[in-house]
Design a protein around this ligand. Structure first.
Ligand code: URA
Length: 246
């Protein structure tokens, strides 16, 4: 794989193309020990590129944590709607980015965006049971029967038997604010589980993937890179065998 120097630098240094152009004008970039002019073809892992004396190391894949706002679809492209990829700043853009898993248009919170298909496959594979934690506002009162149904595995209106899930009441007012932890990710799952219990989801936010919580410093619509040391926390699963499907 070959890349133009500007693109290589923008991705490796997480800078915009205009910042790279400025760095080129200011003669701050070296290509294989010589002053870079711009437009050179770079072979990652073979050529050496330095910015301000620091080598720019090519990262094969990128992993982003997005705090998805409402009204944005979890798709790579959409002719009418704004997508989660439209929210990724230029410095993180690269070919092949996609959201690993979907949230509904009105659900907010943690979406992982990556260009690493193998990682996404492991994260989404039902066999890994990666936990997904949500905060949900459910219409009406939280009941013991609702807790029992979630914890033993709700039967959805189409007959699907869910895996056991955890549910915990955080606050009861006119409606119930709860935390829900799932180990599977079916279409509209929480909305359908709530409906199976005679309730309705008013608000839904994903707050954790595996053991990695949504960064509280990310405002809705903002994203940041997931650090290498954080990445393995996503695949850490704590599903004891006896909590699997009865
Ligand atoms: N469950 C839902 O119903 N919707 C989501 O977006 C995520 C989980």
């Amino acid at each position: 794989m070959e890349l133009r120097l500007e693109k290589y630098c923008a991705q490796a240094a997480k800078l915009s193309r205009s910042q790279i152009k400025a760095a080129l004008r200011q003669k701050r970039i070296l290509f294989n020990g010589r002053l870079a002019k711009g437009g050179e073809k770079i072979i990652p892992g073979q050529d050496q590129v330095c910015l301000d004396g620091e080598e720019l190391v090519w990262q094969q894949h990128i992993y982003l944590m997005l705090n998805k706002p409402k009204g944005v679809v979890s798709a790579t492209r959409d002719s009418r709607e704004k997508t989660v990829l439209d929210l990724v700043p230029e410095k993180y853009q690269r070919p092949g980015l996609f959201p690993a898993g979907r949230l509904d248009k009105d659900t907010t919170g943690f979406v992982l965006i990556t260009d690493d298909g193998e990682f996404a496959h492991r994260m989404l594979s039902p066999k890994h049971h990666v936990e997904k934690a949500y905060q949900a506002l459910l219409a009406g009162s939280f009941t013991g029967e609702m807790a029992r149904q979630f914890e033993t595995g709700c039967v959805l209106k189409d007959g699907y038997q869910c895996l056991p899930a955890q549910i915990r009441l955080l606050e009861q007012g006119e409606n119930a604010l709860v935390e829900i932890v799932l180990r599977e990710g079916k279409y509209h799952q929480i909305r359908r589980m709530a409906a199976a219990c005679g309730s309705r989801v008013l608000e839904l936010k994903r707050i954790r993937l595996g053991e990695l919580p949504l960064d509280p410093n990310l405002a809705p619509g903002e994203c940041r890179e997931i650090l290498h040391k954080e990445l393995h926390k996503i695949l850490t699963t704590s599903t004891p065998r006896d909590q699997e499907r009865p």
